[in-house]
Design a protein around this ligand. Structure first.
Ligand SMILES: C[S@@+](CC[C@H](N)C(=O)[O-])C[C@H]1O[C@@H](n2cnc3c(N)ncnc32)[C@H](O)[C@@H]1O
Length: 310
């Protein structure tokens, strides 16, 4: 097993990339490093000498980041000596991803899909930023809330936990029949309504206007015209003093892990032109329409807009 003492992270990255490139999925690669608990308040790269050996310090955050960058899952570190630990990375099965689903379009995110085993609300990198977005729009004051692409209702679960929802009307739309059935079963209260319906035909539901519209990971779907749908929502479905939360995925779900960075068409790595383009289009449009806009998040980018029209 390799031991890293004062090698740079550039050297370690290259070494691990080479080893992992010839390994099968699920293979484990282990190496010994300085125990991060040995130093307090140190930054990655700080040097220390123990028993005449020079070590470069890195915290567990650096080791989990590196694991994610290498498309691995980091296993529980093992104590090796009084001042070193063994870090182990398990190579992810990159073929195991709902992004490669062959299910027909409407069931791509349904109960039989890989996507259905994902619970974003249990990922702090999603939840903390979603909570921040809900706070930014003052969700407690919003009475009528619309969610487009609600799937099985996770985004309503968070609102339900936060507020007394029985004074609110929550409406969820998704064209996936099996996901909407699950949502109906989860939220049986009268103030929740779910429609198995295509967002392209939203007008036929005569829903009226809403105080808050939420749509996460949906408007960029292949069957929707992003800009047209977005502008129609603002013009036809939002109250004058309404607010909106748009969530743009900036991650992939692979073999149980949420990996930072969206996969872009025509690139073998995460490339963000499309993401920035869409986020910026919405920001500009909303500012012209007199909304105050914030952009936050990490693995999901959240655009929140609150009206200053009144
Ligand atoms: C990537 S999933 C996101 C689901 C959920 N908002 C989340 O972030 O976990 C996209 C959702 O939008 C739904 N969807 C995509 N296009 C749609 C359309 N044209 N009409 C209605 N629902 C649509 C899909 O069925 C799916 O549930």
């Amino acid at each position: 097993m390799n031991k890293f003492t004062n090698e740079s992270i550039q050297q370690i990255l290259e070494y691990l990339q080479n080893i992992l490139s010839v390994k099968e999925a699920e293979a484990i690669v282990s190496f010994e490093v300085l125990n991060p608990d040995v130093l307090k308040s140190a930054y990655a790269g700080e040097k220390t000498i123990i028993d005449n050996i020079e070590y470069i310090y890195r915290g567990y955050k650096s080791w989990t980041d590196l694991s994610e960058i290498l498309f691995c899952k980091m296993l529980t570190p093992q104590i090796c000596t009084t001042h070193t630990v063994i870090i182990s990375y398990q190579k992810l099965d990159i073929s195991d991803s709902f992004h490669k689903s062959t299910l027909e379009q409407k069931e791509k995110y349904g109960t039989k899909s890989e996507f259905f085993s994902i619970n974003k609300n249990e990922e702090p990198a999603f939840l903390a930023h979603y909570l921040r977005a809900l706070k930014n729009v003052d969700v407690s004051s919003k009475k009528r809330i619309l969610n487009l692409g609600i799937n099985s209702g996770d985004e309503f679960e968070v609102i339900k936990n936060l507020t007394t929802t029985n004074d609110k009307k929550l409406v969820g739309i998704d064209f996936c029949p099996s996901a909407i059935e699950v949502a109906k079963g989860r939220f049986k209260e009268e103030n929740f309504t779910f429609y198995n319906h295509d967002i392209n035909e939203l007008d036929s539901l005569n829903l009226g206007k809403f105080d808050l519209i939420i749509t996460i990971g949906t408007l960029q779907s292949s069957g929707l015209n992003f800009k047209v749908t977005f502008m129609s929502l603002i013009q036809n479905y939002l109250e004058l003093d309404g607010a909106i939360i748009l969530g743009f995925p900036n991650c992939r779900w692979i073999d149980g892990e949420m990996i930072y960075g969206a996969k872009a068409p025509n690139y073998s790595f995460s490339e963000m032109t499309l993401l920035y383009k869409d986020v910026y289009f919405c920001k500009k449009y909303l500012q012209q329409k007199k909304f105050r806009v914030t952009i936050t998040g990490k693995n999901y980018i959240f655009l929140t807009a609150t009206s200053i029209r009144k």
